[in-house]
Write a protein that binds this ligand. Sequence first.
Ligand code: FAQ
Length: 311
Amino acid sequence: TTTELETEFERIVQSDQRIEPRDWMPDGYRKTLIRQIAQHAHSEIIGMQPEGNWLTRAPSLRRKAILMAKVQDEAGHGLYLYSATETLGVDRAELTANLIEGRQKYSSIFNYPTLSYADVGVIGWLVDGAAICNQVPLCRSSYGPYGRAMIRVCKEESFHQRQGFELLMTMMSGTQGQRDMVQESVNRWWWPALMMFGPPDDRSPNSAQSMAWRIKRHTNDELRQRFVDMSVPQAEVLGVTFPDPDLAWNAERGSYDFGEPDWDEFMQVVKGNGATSVERIANRRAAHENGAWVREAAAAFAARTAGSEKE
Ligand code: FAQ
């Protein structure tokens, strides 16, 4: 009976075991997972664009090889996550259509332009840093395919974060012009990076249920705080500052106090009014349309091969 299935589902979740694709799950659980994992996959795919913008202008062969590997990893993460979403009974083609027709979201962070080469380093350091902070707990997510995907994704994100930090360390030990370029980039990315964790807890409609289902393991504000605490000492090592006059060590809490991100800006970006929102989707749509012949050829080849096997 449904009650028995529900009890079994609850038992699995509450004992920190995993729900697998063939297990019974409540409709809301399935819907929430499809929403979150698809959004995550779309973010990886759209997230290739801001850094991809600098591939042809990387300052050395070494930097170009590193950046190319990173952008390819992001494609891999996206495909991996689309596969995890497919285990919930949706079709990948449908997910792509949802993205290019604006029915599903992707992370706010990828709606900002990459204006200088320092942005490549700052995205690695802060954006991948925030991604890791958010994703390490997701390795323990109650849905098996998602949790397992996160383990591999996090390993690669750690490399991404380190390459960003190393790039910035190199620039910070260069000329004054290079140091200024890094600081200017940090000034633009700091607040958007904090927004990646989502709205404040009292305005996060999905958090309570997602935590009860152990899809999410921490609230948005908890992870944002963790990220601030982890980033401040790293900024000190680099020799940059964050553009927040309220940032200060709070000895009582054993954490940094910090200012409020501009949540109106966040809402605007999430609604599709970010500086590069239109461009990002237009590029994704064009790539999809330009790839139609590849899909057709692959399907025709598969059909022919299947036919010849029968003969
Ligand atoms: N942007 O109730 P909540 C990467 C939406 S890292 C846009 O708090 P939830 C790596 C949210 O969907 C980035 N929308 O929602 C990389 C919901 O709308 P809905 C991807 C946002 O799900 C690095 C509404 O606001 N990472 O790609 C954002 O419980 C460098 C209310 O929010 C992930 O997706 C936002 N920032 O918590 C790649 C991680 N925040 O759907 C390339 C997995 C919230 O009801 C280069 N996801 N919204 O219409 C999560 O952990 C969660 O989904 C949160 C949001 C924490 C993002």
